[in-house]
Design a protein around this ligand. Structure first.
Ligand SMILES: [Zn+2]
Length: 94
């Protein structure tokens, strides 16, 4: 089952061969992890290399900030909504 080695042919896998197989596996893993993923920024839609962007999944710090502001603004509004009619800013109540 295991590949024939010059001078080998014994029951055990020689240490060198084991190391070789391990290296191959590590190399493959490295190659796979090096594969670049192109993603689209959720804010502006610009394509960005996922691994290259420190602000992933956003393309830039700006977009990350925009998304955060959008998100926090939304939750702020939701939280504030219950007390909206207290200070009479909205006149839809009465
Ligand atoms: Zn963006």
């Amino acid at each position: 089952m295991h590949p024939a080695l010059p001078g080998g042919g014994s029951q055990y896998v020689p240490e060198m061969m084991r190391q070789y197989l391990l290296d191959q596996r590590m190399l493959k893993k490295k190659m796979e992890s090096k594969k670049k993923r192109i993603i689209a920024c959720p804010v502006c839609g610009k394509t960005v290399v996922y691994e290259n962007s420190p602000y992933r999944p956003f393309c830039s710090r700006g977009c990350k900030g925009v998304d955060f502001i959008r998100w926090s603004d939304e939750s702020y509004r939701i939280a504030k909504g219950e007390h909206e009619d207290d200070n009479g800013v909205q006149s839809n109540g009465e």
